[in-house]
Design a binder for this molecule. Structure first.
Ligand SMILES: [Fe+2]
Ligand SMILES: [Fe+2]
Length: 290
């Protein structure tokens, strides 16, 4: 199965033809992964790295449901047929990401982790607090910002060696997800541009994004490590930290740069052409279309 990423050039409205950007074609695929043989410490035996990645995994399905609800609400405001079609494919991709990640949750539970209370608390904050308190345009803006951060992580996952030591099934899950995040990285942002292109709205969105993503990530990693504390001596954690330190530092630097880049007045997610990373991944690792 080919990558299905086209070479079409997309000119953004209102840019006087200055920016010519390649708009990726968005394709929904179904990897249908089997997680039954994924070991407890699938990140090269490294517990610290595994718990950190698992914590992010736990955020995906409900986080992505929140994204879908935030973008879909504005579908009627989008008159551009191409963008409407892209929104539909973005929704399908995020739904499939949720399905695969939730299959992995069963493996996590089989290793003895209690994850349902964490997911319940996260759902409460996303759907009972943020959805009720934050205005729809702020939810859309936070979604656009989180999609930018996700695309930043995706670029790292596909361009450096961070996943080299991961169990092959987890590597497939995270690489497939990363490549599709790159494909749809501009969709929520383009909808936001149609609905409310003000810089202040964009800046408020990334403030909400940063203020919700990282605290949950740290809390969930802490909870998983607490549950596994019988196997985590200080000496082990110290050793494991040495192994993941460089990658964690790469991510921290990339995150900071991504936030600053997002605050450029003329920022657009397609400014940086990372589409070739998705193309190369799917060319080498075909995944059946849904
Ligand atoms: Fe996703
Ligand atoms: Fe996404």
């Amino acid at each position: 199965m080919q990558s299905d990423v086209s070479d079409t050039t997309h000119e953004r409205e209102g840019d006087s033809g200055r920016h010519h950007r390649r708009r990726p074609t968005i394709t929904t695929r179904r990897p249908g992964l089997d997680f039954s043989d994924v070991p407890k410490y699938w990140f090269g035996g490294n517990a610290l790295g595994t718990h950190g990645a698992n914590a992010l995994n736990l955020l995906f399905p409900d986080g992505e449901r929140f994204f879908v609800r935030s973008v879909r609400r504005y579908l009627d405001s989008v008159d551009d047929a191409q963008l409407r079609a892209d929104v539909q494919r973005f929704v399908e991709q995020e739904a499939q990401h949720g399905v695969e990640h939730e299959h992995y949750f069963a493996a996590l539970e089989a290793h003895g982790f209690v994850i349902r209370p964490m997911l319940k608390a996260y759902r409460f904050v996303a759907f009972r607090v943020i959805e009720r308190v934050a205005p729809p345009v702020l939810r859309l803006s936070a979604t656009a910002a989180l999609e930018h951060l996700t695309a930043t992580f995706a670029k790292l996952a596909l361009s450096n060696t961070v996943l080299d030591h991961a169990h092959p099934t987890m590597r497939s899950l995270l690489s497939w997800h990363a490549a599709e995040e790159i494909e749809h990285r501009a969709v929520a942002f383009d909808v936001l541009q149609k609905v409310d292109p003000r810089w202040s709205t964009r800046a408020a969105g990334i403030a909400v994004a940063v203020g919700t993503l990282f605290p949950f990530w740290v809390l969930f990693q802490g909870s998983l490590m607490w549950q596994d504390r019988a196997n985590l001596s200080l000496a082990r954690l110290r050793e494991e930290r040495k192994v993941v330190k460089d990658k964690t530092e790469d991510r921290r630097v990339a995150q900071q740069a991504a936030v600053l880049d997002y605050l450029r007045r003329d920022f657009h997610p397609l400014d940086e052409d990372t589409t070739h990373l998705a193309e190369a991944y799917f060319a080498a690792h075909p995944v059946a279309a849904r």
